[in-house]
Structures are given as structure tokens and as C-alpha cells.
Design a protein around this ligand. Structure first.
Ligand code: S3P
Length: 175
């Protein structure tokens, strides 16, 4: 049974890599944010705006316990998932957890390219964004680095780079 769980900061490429890995390995892909949205019939931004972050983290924790019971799947989590409750220890018990590690500069570049709406980054200028990423990443790294695997990710701005990343990741996981 394979259960691969991708973690990392916003913009690390969890969804891009998760999708590509799922295609390559022929396993279904679950993105925890999308799962929450489909179960709650609301976007993550709406949940943050209407109920606040604390309520979102509780929902995220509950939904993680559903998704991480599925077998033979690739799962990607939200950037904050590993940092609340005992989520990180639980994920380590449930599967092969991979921290997709990227520098603040790479994350910044991806987040500026990405069109997704992220409540925690809303209204930040480019300058404020890089400072926020640096500060928050420092706080989150102690959680992320509890992952069984740490995999460095670079800028993935074309299909060749994504393909190389996937091949290397499959090698690391011994799949
Ligand atoms: C968050 C990351 C988001 C989403 C929510 C909070 C975070 O997911 O769960 O906006 O705390 O880092 P992505 O990492 O997929 O953007």
C-alpha cells in the first residue's frame, strides 16, 4: 500500500508535483484544500473570512483524518497543515511524508506566478510578501523537517523541470 503525503510552504509546488506524481504512478491525487472545499461547499478563503483561521484549522485537522485513511493515494496538504495539533506526527504514522523544501526566493517567485487566492497573503506588496515568507518559514521549518523525506525543489517553470523533479522524487521514495 502506498500513501505519499506532500507537505511544504505555500508555493512550494505541492499541487503541481502531486498531480504529476499521480499521473506517473497511476494513483489518485487528493489535495486537502480541494477536499475541504468540496466537503464544506465553500472555498478556503470563504472559510477564513466567515469563520476565522482557528475554525479553518479544526476543519483541516478533521479532513486530514479522512483523507489520510485512503489507501494507494498521493495527498498534498496546505502549507499550515503540519504546524497545528499533532498533524505532523499523525501524517508520519500514516504514510511516506515528503517535505518539498524551497528557498524563500523560489517560494516568492512561485507565489507571484500562481493565481490561486491565499487568505494569509491577501493584500501584501511584493516586498511585504518576501519578508512574510522568510519569517513564517523560519517558524514552520521545525514542523516540516520532521518529515521522513526532505526534497529540494527549484523553480518549476516548464514541463522539463517538472519531469526531472518527478523522476528524482520517485528515486528518493524508492518507487
Ligand atoms: C495555508 C496554505 C494554503 C491553505 C490556507 C492556509 C497556510 O494551502 O491551506 O490558505 O497556512 O500556509 P497551500 O499551501 O496549498 O497554498
Amino acid at each position: 500500500m502506498k500513501r505519499i503525503i506532500l507537505i511544504g510552504y505555500m508555493g512550494a509546488g505541492k499541487t503541481t508535483i502531486g498531480r504529476a506524481l499521480s499521473k506517473e504512478l497511476g494513483l489518485p491525487f487528493y489535495d486537502l484544500d480541494w477536499y475541504i472545499e468540496s466537503r464544506r461547499h465553500k472555498t478556503v478563503s470563504e472559510i477564513f473570512a466567515e469563520q476565522g483561521e482557528e475554525a479553518f484549522r479544526q476543519i483541516e485537522h478533521n479532513m486530514l483524518h479522512e483523507v489520510a485513511e485512503f489507501e494507494d493515494v498521493i495527498i498534498s496538504c496546505g502549507g499550515g497543515t503540519p504546524c497545528f495539533f499533532d498533524n505532523m506526527d499523525y501524517m508520519n504514522q500514516q504514510g511516506q511524508v515528503v517535505y518539498l523544501k524551497a528557498s524563500p526566493e523560489v517560494l516568492h517567485k512561485h507565489l507571484l506566478m500562481g493565481k490561486g487566492e491565499r487568505p494569509l497573503l491577501k493584500g501584501k506588496s511584493e516586498e511585504e510578501l518576501i519578508t512574510f515568507i522568510r519569517e513564517q518559514l523560519e517558524k514552520r521549518e521545525p514542523f516540516y523537517t520532521k518529515a521522513q523525506y526532505i526534497f529540494d525543489v527549484d523553480v518549476m517553470d516548464n514541463n522539463d523541470k517538472i519531469k526531472t523533479t518527478i523522476d528524482n522524487l520517485i528515486g528518493l521514495l524508492g518507487l
